[in-house]
Write a protein that binds this ligand. Structure first.
Ligand code: AKB
Length: 316
């Protein structure tokens, strides 16, 4: 069997810590090195961890060479809401970080690279319902602009240099193990924590704002399935649409009320409403299903039950 040595960049984030655990299960803890610019927290302290800043190209290259890395999962990014507050830094990290990784893939003949894109690549003129794989893309946030540009870079490195880079356009990711930071879909995580702690939540989006969302277990499964698929099955080298559920703040609140009857939601929309309004309400992921067999497992009911049960048991 081929030797694998996996580098995860930005492992301390919401997706990173759970994806790192998924990679431990597939490749063994000893073959995965999680990295971030911050010291590790929680579960990440149980495996290999090193401080690494993707913006320092020489350090990145030295690290890859020293550790004989064969696969890179590059997750470090500034998300949509934070990106609007510091657009130049968001562009710098999201673009230069990716280009450093893609250059390293060429230089060190890395077997496979994973890089996440987002539904933020779509914009106000994109069809909002069942948004197709190929359609109008006019992102209105710096995060979305950087993800769209990143998709083009990935396809270019694949075509010009043969880099086996693969990508998914994640919807809002919802988990209870690590909190997200700086996204527009973060409300759908915060609401569960506040429901358990305070039985109330003040939402920064309007009640009828539908957005595509996905439970973390499905996001990890999608990522590992995509990366395990034979290269010839990967027909999209920009980034694949993937979808599992779509709901509004009012719907998630109604779902929580089934488990916590006195839970109350209020609404104070802020600047994130305009970002949410520019994004799709639901996504067509036919290409991912057809090319490499994507199949989600969680809907809103199952996810709510699982998250509340786990949060209850940790607060008891
Ligand atoms: C965000 O809200 O910025 C992210 C995303 C949809 O990519 N969760």
């Amino acid at each position: 069997m081929k030797r694998n040595k996996i580098l995860v960049i930005g492992a301390g984030g919401q997706l990173g810590s759970e994806l790192t655990q998924g990679l431990w299960n597939v490749y063994g803890k000893e073959n995965v090195i999680a990295t971030d610019v911050k010291e590790p927290q929680g579960i990440l302290t149980e495996g290999n961890f090193e401080i690494l800043d993707v913006l320092k190209q020489k350090n990145l290259f030295d690290f890859i060479q020293k550790n004989n890395i064969t696969q890179i999962y590059h997750l470090a990014a500034v998300l949509s809401a934070t990106g609007e507050k510091n657009p130049k830094f968001a562009w710098h990290l999201n673009m230069d970080g990716l280009i450093h990784v893609l250059d390293a893939a060429v230089e060190f003949k890395i077997d496979k690279v994973y890089w996440p894109s987002s539904i933020a690549v779509f914009g106000p003129n994109t069809p909002k319902v069942n948004t197709p794989q190929d359609t109008v893309m006019d992102p209105a946030t710096i995060y979305g602009i950087s993800k769209l540009a990143g998709e083009r870079w990935c396809e270019w490195y694949h075509n010009k240099h043969g880099v086996d880079v693969r990508s998914l356009r994640y919807p809002g990711l919802i988990g209870y193990k690590t909190k997200p930071g700086g996204g527009t879909t973060d409300y759908a995580v915060d609401i569960y924590f506040k429901a358990i702690a305070e039985k109330k939540y003040d939402c920064f989006l309007k009640p009828d704002t539908f957005l595509p969302m996905m439970y973390m277990d499905d996001a990890v499964k999608a990522t590992l399935d995509l990366m395990e698929a034979p290269a010839e099955k990967i027909k999209v080298r920009s980034s694949y649409n993937i979808s599992s559920m779509s709901f509004s703040p009012e719907e998630i609140a109604n779902n929580i009320t089934k488990h916590i009857p006195d839970f109350k939601i209020s609404y104070t929309p802020d600047f994130r409403q305009a970002i949410a309004d520019s994004w799709p309400k639901s996504i067509d992921d036919t290409a991912a299903r057809k090319d490499w067999g994507w199949q989600p497992q969680f809907d809103l009911q199952r996810m709510t039950k699982e998250i509340l049960a786990n949060l209850h048991s940790t607060t008891e």
